[in-house]
Structures are given as C-alpha cells and as structure tokens.
Design a binder for this molecule. Structure first.
Ligand SMILES: *Cc1c(COP(=O)(O)O)cnc(C)c1O
Length: 435
C-alpha cells in the first residue's frame, strides 16, 4: 500500500491515543510496516531504533522468535476461554511463577488487560478489604505529587498530572497527594527520600482513619518525567503504612520486569507491597495483559460463604491464554539468558558512552536507574519536545520526550554498537532540536 494512502486513511478512520489530532496536519504519522529486534521499519523502508520500547512495553525486541513460537503454539491449542469457572495451564503457570518472584509473599494473581485496569482492581480490592474487615470508612487513597497511574476514571483519581486530569476533574474523586521523593529536589537523594517520608508520616498520622492505601511508582515516577528516587523512601513508606494500617500498593506497571535493574523495583528496598500492579513488560510487549498480585492477608478477607464478600470484578479477556503464553516465554528468556545480570553490563556501557551527553551544555540532571536513562534540557522553546521527536526520526531513533525531559528505555537486547549508535544519534537530534 502506498505510504500516503495509509496516512490519509488512518487520519480518516483512527483516533490516535494521547494526541491532538489536528497536529497531524503538520506532523505526519509514521506508517509502520514491520518490526525486528530493536528496529521499527516504515512502509518506505526507513528504520527507527525503538529507544522507548514502544511506550515501555517491549523487553526482548520486536518479532522475537522465542515469544512468537510460544504464542503460535498456544494459538493452536486454546486461544481464549472465560476464566470464571474455568482455568488453563498458561494462567496457572504464570500465577505460580509471578508469586514465586515475590518470594511467595503475594500468593494470588488477578488479571486485567491494561495497566489502568490493574490500578482499578487494586484500588477496589484495597477498599473492599477494609469494608470486609469492618472498616468501610477507609475508602480514600493517597498518592505522590506528580504520580501517574493510568487514565480511566479510578486511575485518574490517583494521577497527579494536570494535563491528563483537569478536563475530567468533575468525573473523578481526586485523592490527596503527598510530597514525592524526587532526588532532584534536594542536595542528596537520601535527604529527599527522608523529607518525603516525613511528609507521608505527618499525613497518615492525621488521615489514616479514612485512607485505604498509599499508591506509589517504586523508584521511578516515569510519566511525570522520569523522576528517580532513593529506595529508602520505599522502606520508610512500608513501615509508616504498617504502623497506620494502610495498604501499600506498588504500581510496577512501568518499572517491573527488570526495568530498574532488579526484577521488581521493590526488591531494591527489601520490601513487599500488599498489592503489586503489573502490566507493560509482562507479556514482553506482545499482548495486552495486566495482573494484580495480592497478599494472603488481603485474599483471605474475601474468602467467605457470602458471595458479596468476594471480589466480583471481571474483564472479558481476564487471563487470556495467548497473553499468558507470551508472558511465560518472556519469563523463560529472563532465566535462560540471565537477563538481570547481562543488563548490568549493558547499563554500564550505555552510561559510560553517554558521558558527552551527560556533560552537554544544555543538559541538566542526567540520571540513570537500571535500564532507564533521562536528562532534562535547558530550553525556553515550548515546541522542543515535538522538534526532538521529529529530529530523532530524521536520525533513525524513536525518542518521545516528556516536556523537556529526554529519556531512553530501550529493549534488553542492545550491544555496544547499538549503544554507541543510540548516544550518537540522540546527540545529533538534540543539536537539531536546539538549533
Ligand atoms: C502506563 C502506566 C499505567 C497505565 O497502563 P495502561 O496500560 O496504559 O493503561 C499505569 N501506571 C504506570 C506507572 C504506567 O507507567
């Protein structure tokens, strides 16, 4: 199909996400033909290094042969069946393996299809737990300043990003926010963490009676602009939540599955949340799948002869076997290829190569956690983000800055040459965008 034909038909029929559609009068869509490994190819054969893992979902490259084979085999066996009243091998195996990855601390997995649905599930589970245990007044939530937990109405209630929330404010029961531990706010990351923990302590000392849960993005608040913080905050938040009988919900939708250097980000603080939300990388970036892992304490509060004490929540595609098969194949790659270990070398190389960018005159706060790198650009140009995106494409790299924050979240398969390419082309795109 000719390039321009696909573009006009897309604009005439597809409502693209997170987009002011009128912008496409001047900024052309990119019509993709295929993906392979780190690369996306458009219909005219141009290629782009997928430096942001297609919105943070892809872990092992596009068209990964091992995940392809697993999904195909599952497709020929059982493509889908309802999970109420039925079960199947992929969903059982995935639940067992996810639980094992939490050291068996979180014993049951409840499935949804997107990150936002996992957040809805976790919020409902937490409030319903308190209702089942005789505390129906504990039905509010607290989140961190700048938090992002998705864009359905319940998820927006704990999302503190005006751009996404303001238009829907009348539809949303907005939660209170407490200070975040972003390490850029203080001379030391530890100090920022302690300061934010004190703020949480003060807040819960006053409001814990009405609060069901604190929800956090462990170690990196991604959507607000890759705000990174010290694990000490999570240790303290865990202790404060315990003290005030408030659940800790860890939203590892973006940071789970090795993104911060450990399999789950919470591991770096040595803590386990009461509810753990997973999505994005869970299926290797193949199929929509999310899960909420719950503590046995929460699970047991629903286990009863009374139907309405159960968790009567469902999505049609809950536990989809194809998505579970992709997730299992992805977990196999983690263990077989010792991915967490080899990523340490990848991260060290990319960080070392990135030195010229980190010290660039227009670059501020170059930072890095595991397989996420970010820096802020000193510019007054409100169109900087759009210009950098376009300049990135001209230089064969897919970058999608958040405001003036440029970041990399590449798939876990780049070698030294790929890393050098990424740094060089990002540098060229930066110069072009600033020119
Ligand atoms: C992306 C994201 C979500 C929402 O996931 P969707 O699949 O886009 O609904 C929630 N929380 C965090 C931290 C995310 O990065």
């Amino acid at each position: 199909m000719p390039h321009s034909d696909l573009l006009s038909r897309s604009l005439a029929s597809v409502w693209h996400p997170c987009t002011q559609m009128k912008q496409h009068e001047t900024l052309p869509l990119v019509p993709l033909a295929r993906g392979e490994g780190l690369w996306l190819y458009d219909t005219e054969g141009r290629r782009f290094f997928d430096a942001i893992s297609s919105w943070w979902v892809n872990l092992f490259g596009h068209a990964n042969p091992r995940i392809n084979a697993a999904v195909l085999a599952q497709m020929n066996t059982l493509e889908h069946a309802m999970l109420a009243g039925f079960t199947h091998r992929p969903v059982v195996e995935l639940s067992e393996r996810l639980s094992a990855l939490t050291g068996s601390a979180l014993g049951h997995a409840f499935y949804g299809s997107d990150g936002a649905s996992a957040i809805e599930i976790a919020l409902k589970m937490s409030a319903h737990y308190w209702r089942n245990t005789g505390h129906p007044e504990k039905n509010r939530f607290v989140c961190l300043a700048g938090s992002y937990h998705g864009e359905t109405a319940g998820a927006l209630s704990v999302t503190d990003i005006a751009l996404f929330r303001d238009a829907y404010a009348p539809l949303v029961r907005v939660s209170d926010t407490v200070a975040n531990p972003d390490s850029r706010q203080s001379a030391s990351a530890l100090h920022a963490a302690e300061h934010a923990a004190d703020a949480l302590h003060g807040y819960l000392a006053e409001h814990a009676n009405s609060i069901a849960a604190l929800i956090v993005e462990p170690l990196v608040q991604c959507a607000t602009g890759m705000a990174m913080y010290d694990p000490e905050y999570l240790r303290r938040a865990r202790a404060i939540c315990d003290r005030y009988h408030v659940h800790l919900i860890a939203d590892e939708i973006a940071v789970g599955f090795g993104r911060t250097g450990s399999f789950f980000a919470c591991e770096q603080a040595g803590i386990v949340p009461d509810l753990l939300c997973l999505s994005k990388g869970i299926s290797g970036g193949y199929l929509p799948l999310s899960a909420v892992l719950s503590s046995d304490e929460i699970y047991s509060a629903f286990y009863d002869d009374e139907k309405t004490r159960g968790f009567l929540h469902s999505h049609s595609y809950t536990g989809n076997p194809l998505a579970c098969a992709a997730a299992l194949a992805s977990l196999d790659i983690f263990s077989h290829d010792k991915v967490i270990e080899t990523n340490k070398n990848r991260a060290a190389t990319l960080t070392w190569l990135a030195e010229p960018l980190a010290t660039h005159a227009a670059v501020r706060s170059f930072r890095h956690t595991g397989m996420i790198w970010a820096f802020d650009v000193e510019t007054e140009d409100p169109a900087f983000g759009r210009k950098l995106f376009a300049a990135g494409l001209d230089n064969e790299v897919l970058l999608r800055p958040i405001g003036k924050t440029v970041y990399w979240m590449p798939p876990y398969l780049f070698d030294d040459r790929d890393a050098a390419f990424l740094v060089e082309r990002t540098g060229l795109a930066l110069e072009a965008a600033l020119a």
